[in-house]
Design a protein around this ligand. Structure first.
Ligand SMILES: Nc1ncnc2c1ncn2[C@@H]1O[C@H](COP(=O)(O)OP(=O)(O)OP(=O)(O)O)[C@@H](O)[C@H]1O
Length: 356
């Protein structure tokens, strides 16, 4: 397993784009821990595949270098990087049995047959594929074939990392749920360094220790699911993680207060805003209280989503979502109160620190 160093990596797909400063991946400088489970999360076109392909060796970055355990691999082709890859669609040998499909990467590297057998049986058990071991892959469903691809990705114990590119796309929703949790357990029990690309926040948050959120070619935050929820570094993270996403409203700052539409909102400290640019206040719907004596709001509708209610309202003309427990009443003259400790202030979309 390997520690992955992204040393001032950036990528533009052409010299012209680079000359114009248009990067599919803006500069990233980070070290990913040996044995970590990382999810690259973001909408279509944000640069996830570009970054994954730089790690796998399919793309040489136009700037910076990449290292596994400190050894520079920037110029090594994929075959020489000692990684396993699982793609969006199953890659299996139809004429081989499930067992032989799993044994293939090991036999290919001349692993002694007794060791092949031991490892293949272990992985078959881990992935619940034992009952299919002797079946040929040809007759299996797309789900089952993708499960074989996943299992084959895990079979070599000596890889530097396992890279997954949207591996659950073809899997039906129920099995998806099971495989997501299984992959997490497999990560815990195996200690592999795993990098997992997805645009699905549930997949990313279930699987990863660290979620790498990408937006318009840039890594906007690398954090644990809790950090992304509690302290989004960028308004995009607030919006993309959580359902509904964070409320973001234009504001001004006066000392340790924010002002929106003439309403003063107490903050936990004085934000360090330089005075320039676009200032916004962000607060997750879970931290807005609805109570008598709160700041005036207009409630548009209340959505019942099982154990919770989502109140859709407007505050000083801005949309405001509020999450309540299902049994919580909404007083007739309810107003909003924002929990000071849960408020983030953003300057030009980036969260700013608070004076102590
Ligand atoms: N071969 C290429 N040549 C030129 N531009 C490319 C190429 N591949 C990707 N891009 C551009 O680079 C940017 C990042 O694309 P990338 O495929 O890395 O995003 P992504 O987050 O993986 O999206 P998706 O989820 O749709 O695969 C996009 O603007 C895309 O159009």
């Amino acid at each position: 397993m390997a520690r992955i160093t992204l040393d001032h990596i950036r990528h533009a797909y052409s010299a012209e784009a680079e000359a114009r400063g248009e990067y599919a991946l803006k500069e990233v400088h980070h070290e990913w821990e040996d044995g970590g489970a990382y999810a690259l999360l973001g909408p279509s076109g944000c640069g996830k595949t570009t970054l994954l392909n730089i790690i796998s060796g399919l793309i040489r970055p136009s700037g910076g270098r990449i290292a596994f355990n400190g050894a520079d691999v920037t110029d090594l082709p994929t075959e020489a990087r000692n990684i396993a890859q699982v793609f969006q669609f199953p890659v299996v040998y139809d004429t081989m049995t499930v067992y032989d499909n799993l044994a293939f990467p090991l036999r290919n590297r001349n692993v002694p047959e007794a060791q092949v057998d031991k490892r293949v049986r272990e992985i078959l058990a881990m992935t619940d594929l034992e009952s299919m071991a002797k079946q040929r892959a040809r007759g299996l469903t797309a789900d089952q074939k993708q499960k074989i691809s996943l299992a084959r990705g895990l079979v070599r114990a000596d890889v530097n990392a396992i890279l997954f590119d949207e591996p659950l796309t073809v899997i039906d929703p129920h099995l998806k749920w099971m495989l997501r949790s299984q992959l997490k357990q497999l990560h815990r029990s195996s200690g592999f360094t795993m990098v997992y690309v997805t645009h699905d926040q549930t997949e990313a948050l279930t699987f990863a220790d660290k979620v790498v959120v990408m937006y318009e070619g840039e890594i906007v935050q690398i954090g644990t699911p809790t950090e992304l929820f509690e302290t989004p570094s960028h308004t995009f993270v607030g919006y993309f993680i959580g359902s509904p996403g964070m409320n973001v409203m234009p504001a001004t700052v006066q000392g340790d207060k924010a002002v929106i539409g003439g309403q003063e909102i107490a903050l936990a400290g004085a934000p360090k805003v330089a005075g320039e640019g676009r200032i916004e206040l962000g607060i997750r719907p879970e931290f807005v209280r609805l109570e008598r004596g709160g700041m005036p709001i207009a409630i548009d509708k209340v959505e019942d989503i099982g154990r919770q209610k989502i109140v859709r309202a407007r505050f000083a003309g801005h949309p405001l979502s509020i999450v309540l427990d299902e049994d919580q009443d909404i007083p007739a003259d309810a107003g909003a109160r924002f929990e000071p400790g849960a408020i983030g202030i953003y300057a030009n979309s980036w969260r700013v620190g608070m004076e102590a």
